[in-house]
Design a protein around this ligand. Structure first.
Ligand SMILES: [Zn+2]
Length: 498
């Protein structure tokens, strides 16, 4: 072929190639960029395009921007993962806490139920079956607890067998004074009053034996408030009326009181308790100093002895009744020097001392009341209210109200000093009675060695008491035969009574 012809073909070929390339460049979409760009991900490309249109970022920066965005995204995902892990951990912790609280609540409920069962058993033991039934029925799981229902049924049956005490004016009332702990000190020649102690006091051993005998013979402690109750009559006035006492057949109610729970100074070093205090367990008890000066706490007087006896024999108490502690004021109360006249009240230091004694005595008194005991006024001056003038009764009552009542709290019980009643058996009338009544007293006790002696009117209750002391046990033991055998009980260390 002619060389020229070949050249023409080559030129034409070259023109064709140029034409084709021109076509491709100008008319095929997506082919205008760098070929290497097509390897980037669609996402990155879109981002680049977006950034191109948004901010006019030149295409050359794309390669640098894309790895940063990825790192940010990875970091974000990592943060999200960590946050999710934390959230799950918190959820697990809350679930654990919920389970723990549930378990605690279950344990608490079980404890409460056990506590309720214990309370109900005690209430039933003390003949308060209605209260016991109420206690058990208040247990949340009661409806599903067949054992509790069976116990309630047994309480109902026991309650239905109780007998109403026939005559509330036929109930005995025994009383003692502070008990002698150490007879060798009390009855020794040098004690404050060896003969007085022998006549009017009872020893710890004798008192414990009395309780055993009373319990064996079916006696049950009641409160004077169980015998008669105050109520508001239809006419709006407050009155007193008999209250029914329900005990099992064969049980006999009786009242116990203790006079002069003051631990007077004259008794110091004579073998009596020093004072009532709050024990380590929060319950009231006695402090006692022995002959060598050692101080101990425990059964050194009526209160802790009866308390401990009731722990063993709860059925010795009707609905929690314990006894009455009768307190005077002229030498303080309960073993504390709370008499105002015992201090120079113009001296701030002495005034502070009185206030400290008052505070301590009040704490003990509160614990004693919470323990189930009742307080009575035994007058302030311990003088004979029968022979006292009206003015002396007023003076005495006001003093008790001012100095003793703030410590013991209000009481409607009055126990006459020496058992000396203001009126005879025919009933109360006159200014002394009116004054005592106005001072808040409804229940009055004298001393009468009859088995029982009670008057209950709309306005007051009077009750005779029997002294369970040395003189009674020696001189007229037959008066005590209903309760115990004096000869068997009498402390061997007592000197002969003249
Ligand atoms: Zn007295």
């Amino acid at each position: 072929m002619d060389k020229n012809i070949i050249r023409v073909f080559v030129i034409l070929g070259e023109l064709l190639v140029i034409l084709v390339l021109t076509f491709i460049i100008f008319f095929v979409p997506g082919s205008s960029g760098n070929a290497s760009e097509t390897s980037t991900s669609g996402k990155a490309l879109a981002a680049v395009k977006l950034s191109d249109t948004d901010s006019g970022t030149p295409a050359v920066s794309i390669a640098a921007v894309v790895p940063d965005k990825e790192a940010t995204e990875r970091a974000r995902l990592e943060r999200e993962r960590i946050a999710e892990e934390a959230r799950l951990a918190e959820e697990a912790r809350l679930e654990e806490e919920r389970i723990r609280l549930e378990e605690e609540a279950r344990a608490e409920a079980a404890k409460k139920t056990a506590g309720a069962e214990e309370t109900a058993a005690l209430q039933a033991n003390m003949y308060d079956y209605d209260a016991a039934i109420e206690t058990l029925k208040a247990v949340p799981q009661y409806e599903t607890r067949d054992d509790l229902k069976a116990t309630v049924a047994s309480y109902e049956s026991a309650r239905d067998k109780l007998v109403k005490w026939e005559d509330n004016t036929q109930i005995s009332h025994l009383f003692v004074h502070s008990l002698i702990v150490d007879t060798s000190r009390a009855f020794r020649k040098g004690s404050s009053q060896p003969v007085g102690y022998n006549r009017y006091m009872t020893t710890v051993g004798e008192f414990k034996a009395m309780l055993e005998s009373l319990y064996e013979r079916g006696y049950v402690l009641v409160s004077m408030h169980d015998i008669a109750e105050r109520y508001i009559d239809e006419d709006g006035t407050e009155k007193l009326r008999k209250k029914a006492i329900y005990l099992p057949e064969g049980k006999t109610p009786f009242v116990l009181s203790q006079d002069d729970v003051n631990y007077y100074a004259y008794m110091e070093n004579d073998g009596f308790a020093d004072k009532l205090v709050i024990g380590g367990d929060g319950r009231p008890t006695c402090q006692y100093t022995d002959v060598d000066g050692n101080v101990t706490f425990g059964e050194y007087d009526v209160l802790p002895i009866v308390d401990n006896f009731l722990l063993e024999h709860p059925d010795f108490s009707y609905r929690g009744a314990k006894g009455i502690l009768a307190v005077t004021g002229y030498e303080g109360a309960l073993g504390y020097d709370t008499g105002w006249h015992m201090y120079d009240l113009d001296d701030p230091a002495q005034k502070a001392k009185l206030e400290a004694e008052q505070e301590a005595a009040k704490k003990v008194a509160d614990a004693i009341k919470a323990d189930g005991w009742e307080f009575a006024s035994h007058s302030y001056t311990h003088t004979d209210m029968k022979t006292n003038s009206f003015n002396k009764v007023v003076y005495d009552t006001d003093k008790w109200e001012r100095e003793v009542q703030p410590i013991l709290g209000e009481t409607d019980l009055y126990i006459y000093p020496f058992g000396s009643d203001i009126c005879d058996w025919r009933g109360y009338k006159g200014d002394k009675y009116e004054y005592l009544k106005k001072a808040g007293f409804w229940y009055f006790c004298n001393v009468d060695a009859s088995r029982y002696w009670i008057q209950i009117t709309d306005n007051y209750m009077r009750m005779g008491r029997i002294n369970a002391d040395g003189e009674r046990m020696v001189k007229t033991p037959q008066k005590l035969d209903y309760f115990f055998d004096s000869a068997a009980i009498l402390d061997k260390s007592r000197p002969a009574l003249g």
